[in-house]
Design a protein. Structure first.
Length: 423
């Protein structure tokens, strides 16, 4: 469907310019159009941004479609301004072979409204005992991950890194030392002690990162660390980058905007890794500003309300985030002066696309991938309005700026909340 956005504030070359944006036969163009579009959007002072990319989402299908489906998850992503996501492999069947991966690829082909690139698992069944069939899956996946479980065995991880390097693929690591968990479920900090909970120490995250940095130096593998939450993790990754290792990392909005002093006795504050201390949060913000942290991913992890209504001790780990990430980050980081809007674009678009090769370009003459936000719109986050089947978020009720009005993915309208004029 051909469309025209008239006189928008368009992000190009690191800055905003008042311009027109058109999509003709699915292709993005800036400036004058020279054609009669079917749809015309009067954009006034709304802002056109590159379509965001999230390299860490759980779409739950196949195997757990009572929590989320590829259809509902990608609709939620489009409402959040995302035009590409990478889907984690903790599914049933686990995509540890091409046969198992095809179950997911088939649903993506029919039901996804944005680009979805899955991960293959690092190990068979995500059990950490034998490396999965990387060679067969390699052409179809963003990389390899056992997200949700850390690879405990050093030699299994070393073998996986060597095989990934030979295939030109990236290892995407959930770093967690099971021997240090000891039944914990929130950060082992002041709140944990005051409320007599069982804590998860930061070492359970940073020690596997330290191990893997040694393996990356040995193997030369491309390596990405999932959802870092601890100040020691930031320091290790900063040191690895200075040493020239091929390492990147992500954090998530809840680690940048919350610390354990803000916890409540509610399952919507429970995720893995946990929300940590104020010092950890400050280190993450510093890592965002100095480039140690490459990108922000949501770790969108929907569960049913029954699974999340058992308090901090009994609820499953994971919260949703696709529909709230940009307004939260724009409000909490940009409007507060922590970073510029152009920095947020780099964290949500440029860096993930560059690192993972997502074919989510934002350029004239390419398939159109962009989103349009009303940055002046103020509202409170209401989970009952989510398109995701998941409703659990620690940010319910937060007042934010920035509402998505339109998302175009691969040249097609993936989400629209905007009155348009038909020609």
């Amino acid at each position: 469907m051909d469309l025209l956005l008239k006189q928008a504030m368009v992000f190009r070359d690191g800055a905003f310019h008042r311009d027109c944006v058109s999509v003709r036969d699915g292709i993005l163009q800036f400036g004058g159009t020279g054609f009669v579009p079917e749809l015309v959007f009067s954009s006034n002072d709304l802002y056109v941004l590159p379509g965001f990319a999230d390299v860490h989402v759980h779409l739950r299908e196949p195997g757990f479609s009572y929590k989320e489906t590829i259809k509902t998850g990608t609709r939620a992503a489009a409402r959040g301004g995302y035009t590409a996501v990478c889907a984690m492999p903790n599914l049933n069947p686990v995509p540890d072979s091409l046969e198992h991966l095809r179950a997911q690829l088939g649903v993506i082909e029919t039901d996804a409204c944005i680009r979805v690139l899955p991960y293959g698992s690092i190990s068979v069944g995500e059990l950490g005992e034998a490396v999965a069939d990387f060679s067969a899956m390699s052409p179809y996946v963003a990389g390899f991950s056992d997200d949700g479980r850390g690879v405990q065995n050093r030699e299994v991880m070393r073998e996986a890194m060597l095989l990934a390097k030979s295939l030109g693929k990236i290892i995407v690591a959930h770093c967690e030392d099971n021997s240090l968990l000891r039944g914990g479920y929130i950060h082992d900090g002041d709140y944990c002690a005051a409320h007599r909970h069982k804590g998860i120490c930061s070492a359970s995250e940073w020690r596997p990162i330290a191990r893997d940095m040694e393996l990356v130096a040995e193997t030369g593998c491309s390596y990405h660390v999932c959802h870092i939450s601890a100040k020691e993790s930031v320091a290790l990754i900063r040191e690895a980058k200075r040493a020239g290792l091929d390492v990147t990392c992500e954090t998530a909005p809840h680690y940048l905007l919350l610390d354990d002093s803000m916890l409540q006795e509610d399952g919507r504050f429970k995720m893995n890794p946990p929300i940590r201390s104020r010092a950890d949060r400050e280190a993450l913000l510093e890592g965002i500003c100095d480039g140690t942290i490459d990108m922000i991913a949501t770790d969108h992890a929907p569960h049913t309300m029954e699974e999340k209504n058992r308090g901090l001790s009994g609820s499953l780990m994971g919260v949703v985030g696709l529909e709230t990430a940009f307004p939260l980050l724009y409000t909490g980081l940009v409007l507060s002066g922590v970073c510029r809007l152009s920095d947020l674009v780099r964290l949500l678009h440029d860096a993930p696309n560059r690192r993972f090769g997502l074919k989510n370009d934002y350029a004239a003459g390419q398939p159109a991938n962009f989103t349009v936000f009303d940055l002046g719109a103020q509202y409170r986050i209401d989970p009952d309005e989510f398109l995701s089947m998941g409703r659990s978020t620690p940010f319910a009720g937060w007042r934010v700026n920035g509402r998505c009005k339109l998302t175009v993915a691969g040249g097609n309208i993936a989400y629209c909340d905007w009155k348009q004029e038909r020609m």
